[in-house]
Design a protein around this ligand. Structure first.
Ligand code: AMP
Length: 206
């Protein structure tokens, strides 16, 4: 890093970068949309980016689909490679909501590294807590309403299992940085949104 970059990094405005965390079906997509409007943030959803790669029939999309169809995580090297440019393109403005990313500790490390190189960092992780029964019910309903091909009982069960083994450690990663804020994610959308805003507003004022 040259001296000019260092100077720019130290004087530039701190962004509001939020990791919205939770199991599949916790309501991350819905809450992301509300948060984007409220705080004028950009939205980075690796699931959306991967689905768009599949729709475009790219090599990455074809490779990722094999994992997604089975409810497995797309390997870290593919996701980290894909996200690098997306991050650099979005690191301007008020901040970013990260939705469905990072999903492994390796991804969280990679994210911290890229943000640090840009003079930024994660402000907070907001984790939505929802019981497993409720998750399954919500996702099955989404599948029946013509939603996603991975919203069927078999794949849903697998995705929740993968979340527990591979993604839950990411919460501990942010807990160790004192950035974890848990929110009870059952109830109406508006009241959950208010609770999230309360957490964020306190951070912005602090
Ligand atoms: P989502 O839309 O976030 O529920 O993601 C749908 C699927 O895309 C997941 O079940 C994974 O197969 C894949 N995926 C999305 N984001 C990631 C990620 N950060 N790391 C690995 N796989 C991911």
């Amino acid at each position: 890093m040259n001296k000019n970059t260092q100077r720019n990094n130290s004087t530039q405005k701190k962004m509001l970068n939020i990791v919205l965390f939770g199991p599949p079906g916790a309501g991350k997509g819905t809450q992301s949309q509300l948060l984007i409007d409220r705080y004028q943030l950009k939205h980075i959803s690796t699931g959306d980016i991967l689905r768009s790669q599949i729709a475009q029939g790219t090599e990455l999309g074809l490779e990722a689909k094999r994992y997604m169809d089975n409810g497995n995580l797309v390997p870290d090297d593919l996701v980290i490679g894909m996200i690098d440019q997306v991050l650099r393109d979005n690191m301007a403005g008020n901040g970013v909501i990260f939705d469905g990313f990072p999903r492994t500790v390796a991804q969280a490390d990679a994210l911290d590294e890229v943000l640090a190189a840009l003079g930024q960092g994660i402000t907070a992780m907001v984790a939505l807590e929802v019981s497993e029964d409720e998750l399954i019910q919500r996702l099955v309903l989404r599948g029946q309403m013509g939603g996603r091909s991975d919203d069927n009982v078999e794949t849903i069960t697998k995705r929740i299992q993968v979340y527990k083994t591979e993604t839950v450690p990411v919460a501990e990663y942010y807990q160790n940085q004192d950035k974890l804020h848990s929110i009870y994610g059952l109830g109406d959308i508006g009241s959950i949104f208010s609770k999230i805003c309360h957490v964020i507003d306190e951070l912005v004022i602090a």
